[in-house]
Design a protein around this ligand. Structure first.
Ligand SMILES: Cc1ncc(COP(=O)(O)O)c(C=O)c1O
Length: 383
């Protein structure tokens, strides 16, 4: 019988330990596995880089939640991204990416892969005519989007993008980190690969780094599996286990992140110190209608442009008390960031540069009254 999302998040890949009955399967903190004679592997396990039961548990639940046939987990989001690119690119390949992807993703292609003869073009992915023009049939290997995008929360039509990408012969990749599989299901909308920084909502507690790839195609799965084994940027057992533990509560967390973010977005819109609020849950957001169709909730991320310019943005980011000033996102605790100097410092001076009056909020699951009071207090200090 197939179960609903919340049930799969708790049970898939997580059967109790048959030896002891432990409800939580053990962390297989081991580098190697004893053989019953040469080649006599128990359960197929040989060496920790090729397979580990804890990593397999994580991969099973990830594939289930994203509706894929296979998932692969890595030591970080960027390690996952790099492994995917190793599996599909060759010298001369061309990558087309959103012009507001995470700065590290842009840097990976623009600085690391460029040295191997890979070219990169960036485009506004929320404008499908621009994507169609950039996709250039036969010339593009990978079409890569983040939706909602980071940090300006633009929404891209994944089904429309998949159609354009496939007509051009490109692999369509969606970074689903901001939404999580509870909120958005890119494979069902036609994407070929889902990328995650599991460091964020999937782990959910800011206590571990990780990344994942999920696919629905056996040939692609076997190429990625080979790179995972052959290059070895795997997630370690403890990190995989922490991610599994986080995933169990993904649904309830995302509901709370979303309702807290909606309340903060609505309060910020009314504030005189605020120029623009970027949150797809607001009816005034240009992607609101599309997001209402494509996403189950609007998620916990929002950005704000301050009327007082860069100085006001910096003061605001340094004045909150519950929202902690830190990189990253997606944990239960609220974070505030100044993208142009933090997450997006690597794209300063490029067309991906983030306006200097923008701050980004990762809205946690604390009391909404405390969060609203914190934001209001910090804005009040702008004078
Ligand atoms: C949307 C997105 N994708 C990928 C990454 C990279 O993930 P990691 O930091 O786990 O390598 C990040 C990190 O912030 C991100 O925000």
């Amino acid at each position: 019988m197939s179960h609903d999302f919340e049930t799969r998040a708790i049970h898939d890949g997580q059967a109790f330990d048959p030896t002891t009955g432990a409800i939580i399967p053990p962390i297989y903190q081991t580098s190697t596995f004893v053989q019953d004679g040469i080649g006599g592997f128990r359960g197929g396990y040989e060496y920790g880089r090729s397979a580990n039961p804890t990593r397999e548990s994580l991969q099973t639940v990830l594939a289930s939640l994203e509706g894929g046939s296979a998932a692969f987990s890595f030591s970080s989001g960027l390690a996952a991204e790099d492994s995917l690119l190793r599996a599909v690119l060759a010298p001369g390949s061309r990558v087309v990416m959103g012009n507001d992807v995470y700065g590290g993703t842009h840097r990976l292609v623009n600085r690391v892969w460029a040295a191997w003869g890979v070219t990169l073009e960036t485009v506004d992915m929320s404008d499908l005519d621009a994507v169609r023009a950039a996709a250039r049939p036969g010339e593009t290997t990978v079409l890569w989007v983040e939706t909602p995008s980071n940090p300006l929360m633009k929404i891209t039509d994944i089904a429309g993008l998949a159609e354009i990408g496939h007509a051009a012969g490109a692999l369509v990749v969606v970074d689903n980190t901001f939404a999580s599989p509870y909120v958005q299901q890119p494979l069902a909308l036609g994407a070929d690969v889902v990328v995650h920084s599991t460091t964020k909502y999937l782990g959910g507690h800011s206590d571990t780094l990780g990344g994942a790839l999920v696919v629905n195609d056996d040939e692609l799965a076997s190429k990625i599996g080979f790179i995972q084994f052959g290059v070895g940027a795997i997630s370690a057992p403890m990190e995989a286990w922490l991610t599994i533990r986080g995933i169990k509560t993904l649904g309830v967390r995302m509901d709370r992140h979303s309702s807290n973010a909606q309340a903060i977005a609505e309060a910020l819109v009314e504030h005189p110190a605020v120029e623009t609020v970027f949150y797809p849950g607001l009816a005034t957001h240009p992607g609101h209608e599309l997001a209402s169709r494509q996403m189950k909730r609007f998620g916990g991320m929002l950005s704000v442009a301050l009327a007082g310019g860069p100085a006001a943005a910096r003061t605001f980011a340094e004045s909150t008390e519950v929202f902690q000033l830190a990189e990253s996102l997606g944990g239960v605790e609220s974070l505030i960031g100044y993208p142009s100097e933090m997450t997006h410092a690597s794209v300063k001076g490029t067309e991906l540069a983030v306006p200097e009056n923008v701050i980004r909020l990762s809205v946690g699951i604390e009391s909404i009254d405390d969060l609203l009071a914190d934001v209001d207090g910090a804005l009040g200090r702008l004078g």
